[in-house]
Design a protein around this ligand. Structure first.
Ligand SMILES: C[S@@+](CC[C@H](N)C(=O)[O-])C[C@H]1O[C@@H](n2cnc3c(N)ncnc32)[C@H](O)[C@@H]1O
Length: 268
């Protein structure tokens, strides 16, 4: 029988030092992330790079920009793709989008935790397929400035483009050498901004908030507070769109009602 991997206890002092250094190095607060998961991943990251402990890793991050970037990417986990869980985007299109676009003088969408921008562009394409002229504004936010720079550049290679059909490539992208770049008229729909979901205030009146695969390492308390803030940021009847493996256990307590898997509504 295979041996279970050793359980790595969180070293409270080590974790406090890690949180302090992450705040000064990367500018965000680990206090509302699940400590065991973060501690395990940081230790694994140090170990595969041959570093004996977390302080050694943090010291190296101070002088090695590439290592620091890899460390930040590991903590924030920015894995993403176009139309991630395509069936959920199909539910969004078939169930919610027509009313959302038809009934608003301006449809407002927030992609919260947008990573490289795939989610925001996917939403923009879906809305444009629904209506070629409906006024729409998409705000796409993330904690990570570096990744936002890449999202704004909006250029993707063939591997990154796997989820985008030929028809969508032709309509919404132009080919620049080996890369596909989002067309200016689609770019104009999306604004990228740095925003920490755990600490920064947000505005309101959204028809749709997509926050998918972002909160996995947040504590239960931090998640509940965030969902409550999302409920307040949606207009009455507005929709919260979560990742395929995410659910809100007591949605009504945070001011939302479940509609169908991955989708919650602020009651009208
Ligand atoms: C796994 S990606 C998800 C991207 C996209 N929403 C999707 O479902 O494919 C998680 C993103 O959340 C961002 N993130 C993590 N913690 C955050 C926070 N406190 N505030 C804002 N963004 C955060 C990360 O930087 C990362 O880009």
């Amino acid at each position: 029988m295979p041996l279970a991997p050793p359980v790595l206890e969180v070293d409270a002092v080590g974790y406090a030092n890690l949180a302090r250094d992450v705040r000064s190095l990367l500018g965000f607060d680990l206090g509302q992330y699940k400590a065991p998961q973060v501690w395990r991943r940081v230790n694994a990251f140090a170990s595969v790079r041959g570093m004996r402990d977390v302080p050694t890793l943090l010291a190296a991050c101070r002088t090695d920009a590439a290592l620091k970037a890899a460390f930040r990417d590991m903590i924030t986990i920015n894995v993403s793709e176009f139309f991630r869980n395509a069936e959920a985007f199909e539910t969004l299109r078939a169930t919610f989008l027509a009313d959302m676009v038809r009934n608003q003088p301006m449809t407002r969408v927030w992609s919260a935790g947008c990573s490289l921008g795939y989610e925001a562009w996917s939403l923009a394409m879906l809305v444009r397929e629904q209506s070629s002229s409906a006024p729409i504004r998409i705000l796409a936010t993330d904690l990570d400035e570096t990744i936002l720079g890449q999202a704004r550049a909006s250029r993707y290679n063939e591997t990154q483009m796997l989820g985008v059909s030929q028809a969508r490539r032709a309509r919404f992208f132009r080919k620049e050498g080996d890369l596909w770049e989002v067309r200016p008229e689609v770019k104009a729909l999306v604004t990228f901004r740095r925003h920490d979901l755990l600490t920064d205030p947000s505005d309101g009146g959204y028809d749709l908030i997509a926050c998918r695969n972002v909160v996995i390492y947040f504590t239960e308390e931090a998640k509940a507070r965030l969902y409550q803030r999302f409920a307040g940021a949606l207009r009455p009847g507005g929709i919260l769109f979560l990742g395929a493996t995410e659910a809100i256990s007591n949605a009504r307590a945070v001011g939302l009602e479940p509609v169908t898997p991955s989708f919650y509504r602020r009651p009208a």
